[in-house]
Design a protein. Structure first.
Length: 319
């Protein structure tokens, strides 16, 4: 039985892509190879200038009844491209995949089972990080975060990035879609509004693979621009905290303050102000109990001369 006696459940997949000719085929194949195929696959291309468009047109030729193309005549940005894809959805549930990422083969089958059995609006799950070549790096899990806070608070505090969502398309319309005025983090902003208005079900399995590579948007973001947009999104969505307890609101503010410290440290480092960077970073470490005993490669960047750090980085990445 469909949830709540609604019309038969149908799932649409939207792939959002821009200049991803090296990885777009893997993304598409990961959808085609699902143990339960979607009812439709919509590929939204943001006016790519490489071979991406040719590749997706060839897939459309092979699967004309499954694949729909939304190809923009100009570059409209991440949010605009996502809106283009979501606006073309005809199913009642939708999930979004970046053009350089991959789905786990059983993602849609597992999520459909939960949508049928549970009265929920959104399904979220863990994800794995993969290298540029597609090799497994590690699994990202947020089960511990959800034991203390709900999905909205966990997301607002940036404790975990809920990359993998399957949601009711009705909610997309109700919350107004992706904010096209945001050049960065429109997905974070959208997720906040989504989770505030939704019943969320967490599946503790890695159902998506998130690719880490030099050309990804997250790898090329300017730190000052990052801080500007994070503060803008906080100001936009902070009124929603009034619906939650004071402790939850304070928790979000403290976590975002720590995040700002860390971003300021990296910005100072990029500007060559190593002393300022070290001071910001040490403040972040001292105010972040979870970090004090957890050394990572990034820590060495603040403690070592630049040349020594690059040598250590090459050694570390070769292990």
């Amino acid at each position: 039985m469909p949830p709540n006696g609604n019309p038969p459940l149908s799932i649409s997949v939207v792939i959002s892509t821009y200049n991803q000719e090296e990885h777009i085929s893997e993304a598409i194949e990961s959808v085609l190879n699902q143990t339960q195929r979607p009812d439709e696959l919509i590929i939204a291309d943001d006016h790519s200038t490489d071979g991406t468009t040719d590749i997706i047109k060839e897939y459309k030729r092979k699967y004309p009844d499954l694949i729909k193309l939304e190809i923009s005549s100009k570059n409209v940005g991440v949010a605009g491209n996502a809106n283009s894809g979501f606006s073309a959805v005809t199913g009642n549930y939708v999930t979004l995949l970046a053009g350089d990422d991959r789905f786990h083969p059983e993602k849609l089958e597992i999520e459909t089972d939960h949508l049928v059995d549970d009265d929920v609006d959104v399904i979220v799950s863990n994800h794995c990080r993969i290298s540029e070549d597609g090799d497994h790096i590690n699994q990202q899990s947020f089960e511990g975060n959800l034991q203390e806070h709900n999905a909205f608070i966990t997301t607002f505090a940036r404790d975990f990035w809920f990359r993998n969502r399957t949601q009711s398309i009705q909610l997309y319309d109700e919350i107004g879609g992706f904010d096209e005025e945001l050049e960065l983090y429109s997905d974070w902003d959208y997720t906040l509004r989504l989770f505030h208005n939704a019943t969320v079900k967490y599946v503790p399995k890695p159902l998506e693979e998130y690719r880490i590579h030099r050309e990804s948007l997250s790898s090329t973001i300017d730190k000052r621009s990052s801080l500007k947009h994070i503060n803008k999104i906080f100001q936009k969505n902070s009124p929603l905290l009034n619906y939650y307890g004071e402790n939850e609101s304070q928790y979000v503010r403290e976590r975002l303050f720590l995040y700002n410290l860390r971003q300021r440290a990296f910005d100072a480092l990029d500007q060559g102000a190593r002393l300022d960077a070290f001071v910001y970073y040490m403040k972040w470490v001292l105010m972040n109990p979870d970090r004090r005993s957890d050394f990572k490669l990034a820590d060495a960047r603040f403690a070592l001369p630049e040349r020594a750090f690059h040598i250590l980085s090459r050694i570390y990445n070769s292990l």
